[in-house]
Ligand binder design. Structure first.
Ligand code: GDP
Length: 297
């Protein structure tokens, strides 16, 4: 299923109700606004976010008056489009790099969200930008995770630093960073342990690693299929460890779009990158305007 298919058609029914109108009024936008509200909720956007969105669009629509050569339905499309871009953070949010020495990117996230895959994808992405990378395996609880990272590293020709599973993740991280300095590596990408759900030991471990590495980026990897829950997760991780942004994975699945639409507004943190497939090349910056364009069809 096309990710935004339902949302797109839900919004279309809003514009369609304005065909033949001369101007947007308080009265004739009631029905279209109801459609927009329903479409957002069905796309798994949270109720408070939906409410604010609808209210802002309504206010703008009523105040806009007659615009020569632009039909009311097209006026509403434009207002909704701009508001969607704003909701998703406006501008693209670029990755930051350290002024000197290796840039450290710490990746966190629950189990199964695609974190290990993202490590390798991110290295491939950064390599294209001319940066050398190293992956560091700090998920010591699942030996299979270390192996998986090594296999992916080999596949994309990126070195992986690992130190088994007998020493503390923060120690591994420290040694990995030393290794990166020695080899003049530009970016160190640190894979951390995921859990099925948030727990204190996971957060404590992330705090430990953060203290030792002083990362430039701390990115939470979130599965787009979790819908509204994605925004709540980003908020929790941000409050607990202080993150710089999120990476949304599995945008190629039949997620309804709520995560992409809500994360920024709810958590205050930007989605920096999105994964839209299992191939190593399937990671790209999150462009709010392009995303809005896809939503509006
Ligand atoms: P981790 O437990 O968070 O490290 O998750 P993994 O990196 O092992 O990924 C879990 C599964 O999700 C694997 O089967 C990946 O191939 C798959 N996966 C990861 N990212 C994406 C994506 O963007 N799209 C799709 N369709 N699958 C993905």
């Amino acid at each position: 299923a096309e990710m935004f298919g339902q949302l797109t058609s839900g919004l279309e029914s809003a514009w369609n109700k304005l065909k033949g109108q001369k101007v947007l009024t308080k009265e004739n936008i009631v029905e279209p606004m109801r459609d927009i509200r329903r479409a957002l909720l069905e796309a798994d956007v949270s109720l408070p976010v939906t409410r604010r969105f609808v209210q802002s669009v309504s206010e703008q629509a009523v105040g806009i008056g007659v615009i020569r050569g632009v039909e009311p339905d097209q006026q509403l499309v434009k207002i909704v489009s701009d508001e969607l871009v704003k909701l998703m953070g406006g501008e693209v949010s670029e990755l930051e790099f350290a002024k000197s020495g290796p840039t450290v990117i710490l990746l966190a996230g629950l189990q199964g969200v695609g974190k290990t895959t993202v490590c390798a994808k991110l290295a491939v992405y950064l390599k294209k930008l001319g940066k050398s990378c190293m992956l560091v395996a700090c998920d010591v609880y699942r030996p299979a995770a270390i192996d998986q990272l090594k296999i992916l590293g080999k596949q994309v020709d990126i070195p992986v630093y690992s130190s088994g599973s007998d020493i503390k993740p923060s120690e591994i991280a420290k040694k990995g960073l030393q290794e990166a300095k020695k080899t003049m590596t530009d970016v160190v990408i640190v894979d951390t342990a995921g859990r099925l759900q948030i727990d204190k030991s996971m957060m404590d471990e992330l705090k430990d690693i953060k203290k030792i590495l002083n990362p430039t980026e701390i990115l939470l990897v979130v599965d787009a299929m979790t819908g509204q829950e994605a925004a709540a997760l980003v908020t929790t991780f941000n409050v607990e460890i202080g993150i710089t942004g999120a990476i949304l994975t599995k945008l190629d699945g039949d997620s309804r779009g709520g995560a992409a639409l809500s994360v920024r507004e709810v958590s205050g943190k930007p989605i920096k990158l999105v994964g839209r497939g299992e191939r190593m090349e399937d990671l790209e910056p999150f462009y709010p305007d392009r995303m809005a364009g896809r939503i509006l069809g």
